[in-house]
Design a protein around this ligand. Structure first.
Ligand code: PLP
Length: 399
């Protein structure tokens, strides 16, 4: 009997330990979302078209949290996540660097006083005239993931500093980026050999674990793979001195996520493989701006089709709610309290793909004119929007 009690105590202890480990890994951080009452008040204040309300104090808080979690890693904000100049200004004040995908993003940053030499051009395939424009503006760092791009950049700017984007696992990322980008082992060898031969300054390694990455191990594997590529580069006579651990740091929607501090522990430990002389940067997009914003739109009309309830919003896939197309689920709030029923939620255009959610449990009493609020939607919403079918672009309001 006594032994049984001992076993039971041990089991309880191990369950507790497991629970602790899991709560440490998932959702252990405080929620830092924009206050919902402020969002409601903003909608009541005046509504002409869908809008994104951004609280700049949350951007500041997230920047500081990132810096504290990974003191050795300088964040270079991925402008594509939300290029609103007011957002960029807050990040400049917080001391962030930047990562760009195009010269339009570059020009926007330089117009705000950002020094081009500190901007990383991380789009793996760049038009030749964009490279020339970036070089003329003072950009020094350019990503490559193919021999063709090494040669192209070298022919435009022979002294460019190149960093090699390698393929790494995107397991557990809600928005994978592997497959399209990242050099595999044989290409890595070829890129290193070509760079050494033409005397291109292949000066670092980059990877991206996939956006909204809920698996911290992806960073450890990426850093370990980068270490091996550093060694290959040095062996070929190159001088690697930059490690870029990319973006992918997740934010809270409906699935559990690891806290940035948990990811930081994994990253910081793995970085011990690199001497202090190696510059380490990251390219967070979503992490810095998503929680700061609520996307607000309105129901244009409702319908019943084949027995199914449909609501049509004044913003859909083309108007900013694009990420649901790949399965991202926002926390949706409304002003109604009726019992939930299953709704199909469509955007306003006549395109059949413009359906943002299917079988979403939402209050049965929702009707024309009601507001729909998407939580933590500060990233990849307004940045994606077009005015397809003549519907207006959403506005961004910053508080
Ligand atoms: N860096 C590059 C090259 C990217 O393509 C992206 C996103 O697509 C990011 C950084 C930012 O990723 P995230 O917003 O997931 O942090």
């Amino acid at each position: 009997m006594q032994m049984r009690a001992g076993v039971a105590r041990k089991t309880i202890k191990s369950i507790r330990q497991q629970a602790f480990e899991q709560s440490h890994l998932f959702d252990s951080h405080l929620e830092s979302s924009l206050d919902f009452e402020r969002v409601r008040a903003a909608a009541k204040d005046g509504y002409g078209k869908p809008f994104l309300l951004i609280d700049s104090s949350i951007i500041r808080e997230k920047s500081r949290r990132f810096a504290a979690a990974m003191p050795r890693v300088r964040p270079h904000y991925a402008v594509k996540a939300n290029p609103d100049p007011r957002v960029l200004k807050v990040l400049i004040e917080e001391g962030a660097g930047f990562e760009i995908a195009s010269t339009a993003e570059l020009d926007l940053l330089t117009s705000l006083g950002v020094v081009a030499g500190e901007i990383y051009y991380s789009n793996p395939v760049k038009p030749r005239d964009f490279i020339a424009h970036a070089a003329a503006s003072g950009v020094e760092w350019f990503v490559v993931d193919s021999v063709d791009e090494v040669k192209k950049i070298h022919s435009v700017k022979a002294d460019a500093k190149l960093y090699l984007r390698i393929d790494t696992p995107n397991i557990g990322s809600d928005w994978p980026l592997a497959g399209k980008f990242g050099a595999h082992a044989s290409e890595v060898r070829e890129i290193i050999a070509t760079s050494a031969k033409i005397r291109a300054d292949l000066a670092g390694v980059a990877f991206h674990v996939g956006s909204q990455c809920r698996n911290p191990e992806n960073w450890r594997v990426g850093i370990e793979k980068s270490r091996a590529v550093f060694d290959q580069m040095a062996k070929a006579g190159l001088n690697p001195r930059l490690l870029n651990i990319g973006g992918g740091f997740p934010v809270r929607h409906v699935k559990p996520i690891p806290a940035i501090e948990v990811i930081g522990d994994v990253v910081n430990r793995a970085l011990e493989m690199f001497p202090a002389s190696v510059r380490v940067i990251a390219e967070p997009g979503r992490f810095l701006v998503s929680d700061a914003g609520y996307f607000v739109c309105r129901i244009m009309g409702t319908a019943r089709r084949a027995g199914k309830r449909w609501m049509h919003l004044d913003a859909g896939l083309f108007g900013g709610i694009m990420e649901t197309a790949e399965g991202l689920k926002y926390k949706v709030r409304t002003d109604r309290s009726g019992p939930d029923i299953s709704w199909n939620v469509a955007g306003p255009t006549c395109d059949s793909i413009d359906v943002v959610m299917r079988d979403e449990p939402l209050p049965s009493d929702l009707q024309e004119g009601d507001y729909i609020y998407l939580k933590n939607a500060g990233a990849y919403t307004t940045a994606y929007a077009s005015n397809f079918n003549g519907f207006p672009l959403p506005e961004v309001r910053v508080i």
